[in-house]
Write a protein that binds this ligand. Structure first.
Ligand code: ACO
Length: 404
């Protein structure tokens, strides 16, 4: 059925079924594989969230231990990938471009995770696999590629970052969890429990969010029966765009400015008088406060209370309250409330993720959602191929080049 109606942004067009997440923009509900985001964010480890998305259930303790060590064994990158990242850092390539290059190159030297879960013929490699008989080769390769991408993203980002700072990369440590290892590879220091918990909450909170632009891109790539690394690389390119993943850096700049001046109201009024948008507010889908804002606010409050600059966190709260009030005053007909990026900035800054890596850290989480969506697309695939309306010229007559 071909519709004649033009739908530039595909808003409201439903093009996939998913069991991964459900968003209600009117009530502000986000459910991830059956769990309210509030529960998943605070209860799960990132590895549990990934397992949940990939296999649609929580792992047993034994399965979780095997899954964790499988991911940990896939973290390493080799000399060739490091050389690409060193070159990207020296050339001043932005972090998301370095991630795109590194993620693509990391297929060259994917280590074989040699424990039981990496063995595609072992039933524990895929909890849904039959107890006997080989798992389908293509499906096993897909699962391995998904786990490799999820495991390697933090190493790629941290390696690039260390080179950019003129430092040697920190090798991944297999005994650490996903979040703790990422922080350690970034800073070289053993992270505190509060920082690990704060980062883990963030990673769980943003792991999946319906058919957002990067996830859609990953599904389009998969729908052509292409591979998961190509899908992940395309998704990184989409997430790089400032309309998708770029707001938390500027939010942090605003927070620092307000913290310095101590005058949130003057700051907000000046921005709005200049016709600028307030970063961290407004959302395409939510007509209420983004539920992820509350989760991250609570996580930031816990972190700053335990291990950070509590005064900075109070500035964030005060700024938010002033901003929401003034936005309501200026736009009485359009509810503009806090979005996920606002407390992302405060939380990631607090736990020690550098401002320039906010978007790449978003990718470190979201790659779990991308990979699960790709697998879901595979399960019930149909080539995603919308139509366009031709508005170009008609009836032209060809003129040979020498006569033009
Ligand atoms: N500050 C000030 N005014 C705003 C803001 C804002 N943050 N957001 C929307 N408005 C205004 C617009 O200027 C517009 O006013 P107008 O009708 O006078 O032109 C009106 O509200 C409606 O705006 P739209 O662009 O239609 O809102 P839309 O739903 O398309 O945009 C978006 C959503 C892009 C997130 C927008 O709110 C925005 O730019 N926010 C700031 C950037 C930001 O925080 N982005 C991260 C979003 S979360 C995420 O993507 C993961």
């Amino acid at each position: 059925m071909v519709s004649d109606e033009l739908d530039r942004g595909l808003e409201g067009a439903t093009v996939a079924e998913t069991r991964l997440s459900r968003i209600d923009g009117e009530t502000g509900d986000l459910v991830v594989a059956g769990f309210p985001v509030e529960a998943l964010a605070t209860e799960a480890t990132y590895e549990e969230s990934v397992f949940l998305l990939l296999y649609d259930r929580l792992p047993t303790a034994e399965e979780l231990a095997a899954f964790r060590s499988d991911l940990a064994a896939r973290r390493g990158i080799g000399d060739e990938v490091r050389a690409v990242l060193r070159r990207a850092a020296e050339a001043g390539e932005p972090p998301m471009d370095a991630l795109r290059m590194g993620a693509a190159a990391a297929t060259l030297d994917a280590p074989d995770a040699d424990d039981a879960t990496a063995d595609p013929d072992d039933a524990t490699a895929d909890p849904d696999a039959p107890a006997e008989g080989p798992v389908d080769d293509a499906a096993a390769a897909d699962h391995a590629a998904a786990r490799r991408a999820i495991a390697a993203f933090p190493t790629v980002v941290a390696t690039y970052w260390r080179y950019r700072r003129g430092e040697e990369p920190v090798a991944p440590r297999e005994d650490l969890g996903h979040a703790a290892n990422y922080l350690r590879m970034l800073t070289g220091d053993e992270p505190t429990d509060a920082a690990v918990r704060g980062l883990e909450t963030y990673l769980n909170t943003v792991i999946d969010h319906g058919l957002n632009a990067s996830t859609f891109a990953a599904r389009v790539v998969t729908s052509t029966e292409s591979d998961l690394v190509s899908a992940a690389t395309a998704a990184v390119g989409v997430l790089k765009g400032p309309l998708h993943g770029g707001a938390p850096g500027p939010v942090l700049d605003d927070l620092r400015e307000v913290h310095r001046s101590g005058d949130p109201e003057g700051f907000v009024r000046a921005k709005l008088d200049a016709g600028e948008r307030l970063m961290g507010f407004g959302h395409r889908v939510y007509r209420v406060r983004d539920p992820r804002a509350a989760v991250l606010e609570a996580a930031a409050e816990r972190f700053y209370g335990a291990d950070g600059d509590a005064d900075f966190f109070e500035t964030a709260r005060e700024y938010e309250s002033v901003a929401v009030d003034l936005l309501a005053e200026r736009k009485p007909d359009r509810r503009l409330d806090t979005n996920v990026e606002f407390y992302t900035a405060a939380l990631l800054h607090g736990v020690g993720v550098p401002r320039d890596l906010f978007t790449t850290t978003f990718a470190v989480s979201r790659v779990g959602g991308w990979m699960a969506h790709c697998q879901e697309q595979r399960e019930n695939n149909r080539l995603i191929r919308p139509t366009s309306r031709y508005v170009g010229a008609e009836g032209r007559t060809w003129t040979p080049v020498e006569e033009r």
